[in-house]
Design a protein around this ligand. Structure first.
Ligand code: ZN
Length: 192
């Protein structure tokens, strides 16, 4: 509304509307006039490793959402195994009904999680068969911390949705997972 007013109001009134709009945006997470907003992103270098299409969307997400802390981007199979080895069952279920989920669940859960090598073996077996494991392996997903700053889940969901990002909430890792798959790429329900 203020943006429209400063464009339509003449002279000093327009300037006044501009000052209020700038202040309004600052109080609401943005940093100054539209177009020069800069949110601080912790671990921004992780974005250099993911695909450009999701990188751009995450930057725009942060611009609107405010400060974020990135906790994961593109992963190797070993990194994926390390994460899944520690995952609690409800979060493993976010991976859908792939046979590998059932096999990982069968592994003994120790104080430090499951055996990483065993998890990696399972993942490799299923990847060889052509199973889908995670958007992270393809550089199509980014996780941000839900414990950083004044994280608001409702806002995160609505901004992600607006930006065309699919999301999942990973409670045991305190992660808000966002992924983007460009048109034409196969995406089944339950994939993450
Ligand atoms: Zn994720």
């Amino acid at each position: 509304m203020w943006d429209l007013m400063r464009k339509t109001l003449p002279g000093p009134l327009g300037l006044y509307a501009w000052l209020i709009s700038t202040r309004w945006m600052r109080n609401n997470g943005a940093r100054g006039p539209i177009g020069v907003t800069v949110a601080s992103i912790v671990n921004e270098q992780i974005l250099d490793q993911v695909n450009n299409s999701i990188r751009d969307k995450i930057l725009k997400f942060a611009q609107e959402f405010g400060d974020i802390k990135i906790t994961s981007g593109r992963r190797t199979i070993k990194e994926q195994a390390e994460i899944m080895a520690k995952m609690k069952n409800p979060d493993l279920d976010l991976y859908g009904k792939g046979g590998y989920v059932a096999e990982i669940k069968k592994l003994e859960m120790g104080t430090n999680g499951r055996d990483v090598e065993k998890v990696q073996k399972i993942l490799n077996k299923y990847l060889k068969k052509g199973s889908f494991i995670s958007r992270h392996l393809k550089g199509q997903a980014v996780d941000i911390s839900m414990k950083y700053g004044s994280f608001n889940l409702g806002r995160a969901k609505s901004i992600a949705k607006k930006r065309g990002l699919k999301y999942k909430v990973e409670n045991s890792r305190n992660c808000f997972h966002m992924q983007f798959v460009p048109d034409g790429t196969r995406e089944k329900q339950g994939e993450k």
